[in-house]
Design a protein around this ligand. Sequence first.
Ligand code: PDD
Length: 291
Amino acid sequence: MPSARWAYVNGQYLPHAIAGVHVEDRGLQFADAVYEVCAINDRRLMDEEEHLDRLERSLRELDIPMPMARASLKLVLRELVRRNGLRDGIIYLQVTRGIARRDHAAPSGLRPTLILTARPVNPAVLAARRQSGVIAISHPDERWARCDIKSTALLPNTLAKTAARRQGAFEAILVDGEGYVTEGASTNVWIVTKEGEIVTRNLSHDILPGVTRRVILDAAAEAQMRITQRRFTLQETKSAQEIFLTAATLGATAVIELDGSPIGGRRPGPISQRIQSLYADLARRRAIPSA
Ligand code: PDD
């Protein structure tokens, strides 16, 4: 059973502790890079095709070539799961534009850098978090105008998340200049209104098209549950019956307190729980064993 941690950088599997990139990699110098985060559940890569679709889209939007053919990338993902002996965990995949002498203008023809790291996650910790629910704060959305691209340029997200953690909260729910919720610092946000309407923000340049969000929409359609995709304000969020967050690393996890006010009696509500079980079921059915 392998126990050492392995990373993959540009064609080489390396011990995690010594894996690194060049000092003039544009990912390091400018955050000129995109990423994906994929959960491993029972040795399976969850929502793999959707993550690779979004990776290709992010790269296309920034005119960065795919670092290798998709089929080869899938083999590398599987090998990394195997080498790390991961049963449950997370894979982080980053593609930067490549290495060049520092200049804001990107030269053409660079060879993209591919970085993959992996780490185990204790599924009991995720389950306990889903059972208890989490605390959130609201925070101004101070990001750029292309939040649909999964760029590693995450400074506003990390500042918001750090502010949340300092206040004892798990997530920062971002609010745009008009008072509408965009998404979480690293999650999509959903509400269930007092009338029972399940709402998540419509896709645009303002939010990341979450893979978990996408799969939940499919699972809900299968179960003939109606979901509305529209903007909703922070005010509406605070008076919601339920709030939940979705991400590859979380599934659907309920928010039980927002800005100090209890949501749904400080307990995860039935819709959040139903959505999580529909998501887990569909994602598992779609996943192919990786090792
Ligand atoms: N974050 N919105 C933002 C800003 C995100 O960073 C993420 C994911 C999501 C949810 O997307 P998905 O369902 O595809 O994971 C929404 C990952 C987990 C991260 O940065 O660690």
